[in-house]
Write a new protein. Structure first.
Length: 331
C-alpha cells in the first residue's frame, strides 16, 4: 500500500510536462493545481500570523507586510525566508535491502506577523535523528530506519542572528512518535573567506526528553572553480547520550552546473567511530544528477553509488535512488 501511494505521487508529479517554463507556455492542469495549493499554503501562513499576533502583540506592533516572496537555500531550510511546503516522494534501492519507498514532507512558515525572526517548522522525519543516521553505524542505532522516517517533529524556530558572518538560531518543538516528546536545539554557523576558499564552522546542540543531549560539530571548506564548478571538503563529529564514543565523518564533494537547470555531483567519504577503538566503518561513493522537471517548482534527482561496510567485510554494496522534489508556496 505504501509503495502504491508513492507510485501515485510520482505519476502526479511527472504529469507536469517536462518543457521549460518559458513565458507564454500554456498552463496545464498540474500547474493549476499547484497554484491552488500554493495559495492555500500562503493563506495558512497568514492565518497563523494573525492568530499569533492577536495572542501576543499589541495593535501598533503588528506588521502589515505579512509575506516576502523568497524561498532561500534548499540545503538550509531552517533559515529560509519564505513560506513553503516541500513534498519529496522517493524510491531507494540497495542490493542488501531491496526497494524502499516513502514520501517525506517539510514545511516552513515565516511568521512576520509575530516577528521577522520566527519560523514555524514541520518535518516528517526528525532532522536531528537524520543527522545521527548519517554518521552512526547500524550497531549504534537504537531505532530502525522505518521508525525514524515516521518520527515527525513540529515547533518554532527563532533566528537570534542572521548576519553575513554568522547565523545563530534556537528552536523548540514536539516529536510525535511514539508519544509527544519535547525537543530543543541551538544551531550556530560562522562564515569566513580565506582567499579563494570559503570556510564555515557549524555547532549544534540538541536535547530530547527521551534520548537526552547530543552535539554535532562540522568544519567545511568550499572553493568555486571557474564559476560553474565547486569543490567542498567537510569534516564532522557527533556525540549523543545514545552513542558509544564519538562518531566521525570525512567527505569530499565536487559538483558542476551543466546548465541553469541541471547539476551533476560526485561525493565520497569515510565514516568511523572512536569506541571501543578508532576504526573506519564505512566507505561510500555517490554520483547525483539533478534537474528541473519542466517547472520551477518541480525537480527530479537521480543517484547511484556504492557502500563498503565493515559489517560486510567491505564487500561492495550497490545503491541507487530516485527522488522528486515538489514545492508549494513562496519560493
Amino acid at each position: 500500500m505504501k509503495i502504491s501511494r508513492c507510485a501515485a505521487c510520482f505519476l502526479l508529479m511527472v504529469s507536469a510536462r517536462a518543457h521549460p517554463g518559458e513565458a507564454g507556455t500554456e498552463e496545464t492542469f498540474t500547474d493549476e493545481q499547484h497554484r491552488g495549493l500554493s495559495h492555500f499554503v500562503m493563506r495558512q501562513a497568514v492565518r497563523l500570523n494573525e492568530w499569533l499576533a492577536d495572542a501576543v502583540l499589541d495593535e501598533d506592533e503588528r506588521e502589515t507586510d505579512v509575506m516576502r516572496h523568497f524561498y532561500g537555500d534548499l540545503d538550509s531550510a531552517y533559515h529560509a525566508m519564505g513560506s513553503y511546503i516541500e513534498i519529496s516522494p522517493r524510491l531507494d534501492w540497495s542490493s542488501r535491502e531491496d526497494f524502499r519507498a516513502d514520501v517525506r514532507f517539510s514545511a516552513r512558515l515565516r511568521l512576520r506577523g509575530l516577528s521577522d525572526r520566527f519560523r514555524f517548522f514541520l518535518d516528517s522525519q526528525d532532522r536531528d535523528q537524520e543527522l545521527v543516521d548519517e554518521l552512526f553505524t547500524e550497531r549504534f542505532r537504537s531505532t530502525s530506519r522505518s521508525e525514524q522516517r515516521q518520527d515527525a517533529t513540529a515547533g518554532l524556530m527563532y533566528q537570534i542572528s542572521d548576519r553575513v558572518s554568522r547565523r545563530i538560531s534556537v528552536s523548540g518543538g514536539l516529536r510525535f512518535r511514539p508519544m509527544p516528546t519535547p525537543r530543543l536545539r541551538t544551531d550556530a554557523r560562522f562564515f569566513s573567506d580565506l582567499g579563494a576558499w570559503h570556510a564555515e564552522f557549524g555547532q549544534r546542540f540538541f536535547w530530547d526528553m527521551d534520548t537526552g543531549f547530543g552535539e554535532r560539530s562540522q568544519l567545511q571548506f568550499t572553493r568555486p572553480v571557474r564559476d560553474v564548478h565547486t569543490f567542498r571538503l567537510s569534516s564532522s563529529v557527533i556525540w549523543s547520550e545514545e552513542s558509544q564514543g564519538v562518531d566521525l565523518a570525512q567527505t569530499v564533494m565536487w559538483w558542476t552546473e551543466l546548465s541553469e537547470h541541471r547539476m551533476l555531483s560526485f561525493r565520497a567519504g569515510i565514516l568511523g567511530y572512536t569506541r571501543p577503538q578508532l576504526e573506519s566503518d564505512l566507505y561510500f561513493g555517490r554520483v547525483t544528477y539533478r534537474r528541473r522537471a519542466g517547472r520551477d517548482w518541480l525537480f527530479v534527482e537521480l543517484e547511484t553509488g556504492a557502500d563498503f561496510e565493515r559489517e560486510h567485510d567491505f564487500d561492495i554494496t550497490p545503491v541507487a535512488g530516485i527522488k522528486l522534489i515538489c514545492l508549494f508556496g513562496s519560493y
